[in-house]
Design a protein around this ligand. Structure first.
Ligand code: LLP
Length: 426
């Protein structure tokens, strides 16, 4: 297999003349100018990923709400805002971010199991489209907050359809044992209760079954269950204006073959049409599938270290920059930015953080020397967004590339940035 074949299949992150490029930008130059570790995103790739959803919903009343938890950089949010997307947020901080990026609050939905009263007030004041509520207790609190503010909160109840999304246990959310959503058999009673509250306006139904889902079947299964409920709820006289099917569509990390967004929605729309819901307003909350493969993290090899049992390739990116391998044993392809022609050796690619869990890739065949650059692929989602300051490491810089235009969308975090919010006793 050639190196090019090992890259996710798209033209925006590719080798040209033996050097890895993001669109027209050569990565060694970017690394020289901005240092490493460095996140680099392809704008065209994001737009193309979005286009697959737009094609899937052509002729339908649909709102694509980008789940910003996947990558909440303002420069990324602006792309989706300009493309007409709505946003799925899960905190007051995310609300502030989407508003700062120019989002239309009427296209913002607020998910999450633990919204605070303060966050509810913030979102009501902003005039968001809908709260996706997740428990009876939350319904009552939101009602009280809305009445107190002299407003009405539009709500959708998140249903837990008890469907196995066949993904990592930490990111499956639609099973009975998960903290998310409201059990299917409680749903009707809860809708009745919500509809009786003056501070609330029931507008929809919602489900999200997990993340990095690579098959259509769990979606189809969840869809049928949600539609069964919609029928029962509407029979009880409660109209549902929109149906929200969450996010979760997976990407190719390592030869994974998730359905394309348009192909998936063709199948789901067939079922929606068959059951008479095809013209209903549809909402989706994709995160990873819009940004995941659009980004790479460039890191420099600091040292190679032969070990007794393993060889280590020690790089300047770590679990604080790319937490997915440490947290979920997730696989990210790691490729040389400028491949050498010598013999590859098997390495564990690890960072400088003082934990054995700080690895980015295991048993990777690489021909590398100190000073070489490596690119960690599929780093556009849940990487920088989950980065921390562990080991007092500043968060990396982020670049957005569009053709040959390169924009620094987040400067590297300095030590002053980190120390600024702290103080001594007394
Ligand atoms: N909607 C809700 C209610 C969610 O909880 C999530 C993700 C999404 C939408 C977007 O899902 P996506 O399309 O990105 O799969 N940190 C983990 C993933 C956590 C996903 C959490 N919820 C990872 O790195 O794999």
């Amino acid at each position: 297999m050639t190196l090019a074949e090992r890259l996710p299949g798209h033209p925006f992150i590719a080798y040209k003349n033996g050097t890895l490029h993001v669109e027209a930008a050569a990565l060694p130059e970017l690394a020289r100018e901005h240092g490493t570790p460095l996140f680099i995103y392809s704008k065209q790739w994001m737009l193309e990923a979005l286009a697959a959803y737009q094609r899937g919903f052509e002729g339908r009343d649909a709102l694509i709400c980008y789940a910003i938890k996947a990558n909440s950089a303002l420069g990324v949010l602006r792309i989706f805002a300009e493309a007409g997307c709505g946003f799925d947020i899960v905190s007051g901080g995310e609300l502030a971010r989407v508003l700062a990026a120019g989002a239309d609050p009427a296209k913002v939905i607020f998910s999450g199991v633990g919204k605070t009263k303060h966050e509810m007030r913030q979102a009501l004041a902003a005039g968001i489209a809908c709260f996706n509520v997740e428990s009876e207790a939350e319904i009552d609190v939101l009602n009280a907050v809305a009445l107190d503010e002299g407003r009405q909160a539009a709500i959708s109840v998140r249903i837990n359809p008890n469907v196995d999304p066949k993904t990592h246990p930490y990111i499956s959310t639609g099973l009975k044992g998960n903290k998310f959503g409201i059990a299917h058999d409680r749903a009707l009673a809860i809708y009745r209760h919500a509809a009786s509250l003056k501070g609330l306006r029931v507008v929809g139904i919602d489900c999200h079954i997990g993340s990095q889902i690579t098959e259509a079947a769990p979606y189809l299964e969840a869809l049928e269950r949600v539609l069964d409920l919609v029928e029962a709820i509407e029979k009880a006289g409660i109209a549902l204006h929109h149906l929200d099917f969450g996010g979760g569509l997976g990407i190719d990390y390592n030869g994974d073959t998730p359905p394309a967004a348009d192909a998936l929605w063709r199948r789901l729309l067939e079922r929606l049409d068959a059951r008479g819901f095809g013209q209903r307003r549809l909402v989706v909350e994709p995160g990873r599938s819009l940004v995941g493969n659009a980004g790479v993290c460039v890191t420099e090899v600091l040292y190679t270290k032969p070990g007794e049992a393993k060889n280590f390739c020690i790089v300047d990116a770590a679990m604080n920059d790319l937490p997915r391998p440490a947290m979920y044993q997730a696989f990210h392809r790691i490729v040389p930015v400028t491949p050498r022609r010598g013999e590859a050796v098997s390495y564990d690619v690890v960072g400088p953080v003082c934990e054995s869990g700080d690895w980015l890739g295991r048993d990777r065949a690489l021909d590398v020397k100190a000073g070489d650059l490596l690119a960690v692929l599929s780093a556009g989602a849940y990487s920088m967004a989950m980065a921390s300051n562990y080991n007092t490491r500043g968060r990396a810089a982020e670049l957005l590339v569009s053709g040959d235009r390169v924009t620094l969308i987040r400067r590297r975090e300095s030590i002053e940035d980190q120390l600024r919010s702290e103080q001594f006793e007394g």
